[in-house]
Design a protein around this ligand. Structure first.
Ligand code: UTP
Length: 284
């Protein structure tokens, strides 16, 4: 299966940090966000990845490209660990790029992948969100796609007052944590939301989605919304992901995610706890 990573958005919620650099390249602890995303795809068995880019996104291509000078410098300096890390990034997967000419929304970004994908089902991983769990989120969706032969999307419960930020579903639970979706609404008002199950940025889609996107008129915010196109599919399943999804496009969540990921590193954990204690005492 191939994967598509949309990474062409303007990232307006994170300005000015994203004025000249893509939010997908913002580091979370010690790696750019999009590297975690690609690692998830690879851990799910995918090695053919198309990244949808736009203006100001060159650093994404540079990051996954080979850097001869850097490799040579590290080699001559005997920094073998660093050299290994740098080489691993380039060897992760076959990555190609397509440009979305105008930022007309997520649906439009995915439509740019039509030629590369052909007639097969494919995975979509948003370039500005990271997932963490016992099984990679995309792998869970691939399993549901294979079992039901239909598109599958990741879901997470969100507090009722936050539903206005997400695409929300109405569905019937057909087995534990798997819903047959009856309705999807993009950013509903909280009193109109059909549930508090939100679409979280990972999808496995059947190729008929391209025709559905083509038929979709601009929706919320004047953008071609993927949620509106998903609504037109004959059959679609939602999976409550056994793990957590982090939205890096939101600056507070980006900061919290960096701290959480640093806590997973034994070299940083104790110093970080000490530092946070000091800050808490200073601010009490
Ligand atoms: P978002 O809606 O979070 O991205 O899209 P955005 O528009 O960049 O963010 P804000 O709201 O202005 O801060 C989720 C993913 O889809 C991509 C983004 O790059 C992000 O990874 N995207 C979004 C596109 O590739 N093209 C678009 O036209 C819109």
């Amino acid at each position: 299966m191939k994967a598509v990573i949309p990474a062409a958005g303007f990232g307006t919620r994170f300005l000015p940090a994203t004025k000249a650099q893509p939010k997908e390249m913002l580091p979370v602890y010690d790696k750019p966000t999009i590297q975690y995303v690609i690692e998830e795809a690879v851990a799910s068995g995918i090695d053919d990845i198309l990244i949808v880019t736009g203006r100001n996104k060159r650093s994404i291509e540079d990051h996954f490209d080979k850097s001869f000078e850097l490799e040579q410098t590290l080699q001559s300096a005997g920094k073998d660990d660093r050299l290994k890390q740098v080489r691993e990034i380039t060897d992760l997967a076959d990555i190609c790029y397509v440009r979305q000419k105008e930022q007309k929304g997520l649906g439009d970004a995915i439509y740019c992948a039509k030629k590369h994908i052909g007639g097969e089902a494919f995975a979509v991983l948003l370039g500005d969100s990271i997932t963490k769990g016992p099984t990679p989120c995309t792998k869970q969706l691939i399993d549901v796609y294979e079992k039901y032969g239909a598109s599958a999307i990741s879901l997470e419960e969100v507090p009722k007052e936050k539903v206005e930020r997400y695409g929300i579903i109405k569905g019937r639970e057909v087995e534990k944590d798997i819903y047959k979706i009856e309705k999807l609404v993009e950013k509903p008002l909280s009193h109109q939301a059909p549930s508090n199950l939100a679409i979280m940025g990972r999808y496995v889609l059947t190729p008929d989605i391209f025709d559905k996107i083509d038929e979709t008129e601009p929706g919320v915010g004047g953008e071609i919304q993927l949620t509106d196109a998903l609504q037109k599919l004959d059959s679609i399943y939602g999976v409550t992901f056994e793990g957590k999804t982090y939205d890096i496009g939101n600056r507070l969540e980006w900061l919290k995610t960096s701290i959480e990921f640093a806590m997973d590193d034994d070299d940083s954990k104790d110093d970080l706890i000490e530092y946070m204690r000091e800050i808490i005492i200073e601010n009490e």
